[in-house]
Write a protein that binds this ligand. Structure first.
Ligand SMILES: NC(=O)c1ccc[n+]([C@@H]2O[C@H](COP(=O)([O-])OP(=O)(O)OC[C@H]3O[C@@H](n4cnc5c(N)ncnc54)[C@H](OP(=O)(O)O)[C@@H]3O)[C@@H](O)[C@H]2O)c1
Length: 283
């Protein structure tokens, strides 16, 4: 069994990293994955047998407008981390995304389905997967979808964006984009279990089931007892730089994640409600 205290996490200051309460964590200022020499030295100095690599540019629209930077961090950065892992014989844990799929499948995507990303973020992350698979034997690639977590301090994604609109007359959300919303805390819990049993390979670790963006927005409003209406709109409504595909829902060959609705309610009640009540944004 691997000891959690020996794990090295890179890119540990973000949403997922906020649930890593073990081992050594580097933030971007301490270790930039685009600096291959620095990554190699840090990994050699730490002598870790397991590296969790979370460093990435995760804003789809920013990546679309700055593709060179997206590939530098998400693909070349991952190459640097994979080379360092290979140099010291460490297991590499990489969090990838449902955004590597084309969105055309009618059902849920399996681990065995082929990748065909449709935007620069997806392509840059998929290249990261390919690099790891070509350089290493001991790796875990865990694909998540529509991540939420981190609470008011770290959540920059959909949940925070919906809560920020509570005072508006209405909230518009897509009803033609489907995914498997994933609680970052559950993802870290599942990764800990996989690392403990020395698992290897590609796994889907997303909230169980599927929902539309509109379903997610409605559950947020209902759980936090708001009256603002949620209006379903089609994906042509928002003109965004990065293409969003219709289906990013995932299923898995393993059973480590709970239904996304349960996880979302848990997240809202434990990490958002107490803070919103204190700031009087919730009555
Ligand atoms: N969020 C999602 O919906 C989602 C879904 C599927 C998969 N993922 C994957 O999950 C992983 C963790 O994402 P997250 O949601 O926790 O995102 P996040 O909150 O944006 O965290 C990413 C972290 O990477 C750091 N970083 C950026 N560029 C770096 C560089 N050059 N060197 C070192 N660190 C760098 C960031 O540092 P700064 O804060 O200083 O910029 C940030 O702390 C990523 O690999 C992401 O692709 C995310």
């Amino acid at each position: 069994m691997k000891t959690l205290s020996q794990i090295l996490t890179i890119g540990g200051d973000g949403m997922v990293g906020s649930y890593i309460d073990f081992g050594k964590k580097f933030n971007r200022a301490e270790l930039d994955v685009t600096d291959g020499q620095a990554v190699l030295s840090a990994v050699k100095n730490h002598r870790s047998k397991t590296i969790i690599h979370l460093a990435a540019l995760t804003d789809l629209d920013y990546c679309e407008k700055n593709p060179a930077q997206a590939y530098l961090v998400n693909s070349v950065g991952t190459y640097n981390v994979a080379l360092a892992a290979r140099a010291v014989g460490a297991k590499l844990v990489y969090v990838s995304t449902a955004g590597i799929f084309d969105g055309l499948k009618k059902g849920l995507y399996r681990e065995s389905d082929p990748g065909r990303p449709q935007n620069h973020y997806g392509r840059s992350k998929y290249l990261g997967e390919l690099v790891i698979q070509s350089l290493l034997k001991d790796y875990i690639i865990a694909r998540a979808c529509w991540m939420f977590g981190g609470g008011p301090k770290k959540d920059k994604k959909f949940v925070a964006k919906i809560i920020a609109q509570f005072q508006k007359p209405a909230i518009k959300a897509l009803d033609d984009c489907w995914g498997s919303p994933t609680y970052a805390k559950d993802l870290v819990g599942a990764l800990k279990k996989l690392i403990a049993k020395d698992a290897r390979g590609l796994y889907h670790l997303a909230g169980k089931g599927r929902g539309s963006r509109c379903d997610v927005a409605k559950l947020i409003v209902e759980t936090l007892k708001q009256k603002v209406p949620v209006i379903p709109v089609g994906s042509s409504h928002f003109k965004l730089p990065a293409k969003r595909v219709a289906n990013e829902a995932l299923t898995s060959k393993i059973n480590l994640m709970r239904p996304w609705q349960k996880a979302l309610v848990d997240y809202l009640k434990t990490e958002w409600k107490p803070v919103l009540e204190k700031t009087k944004l919730l009555s």
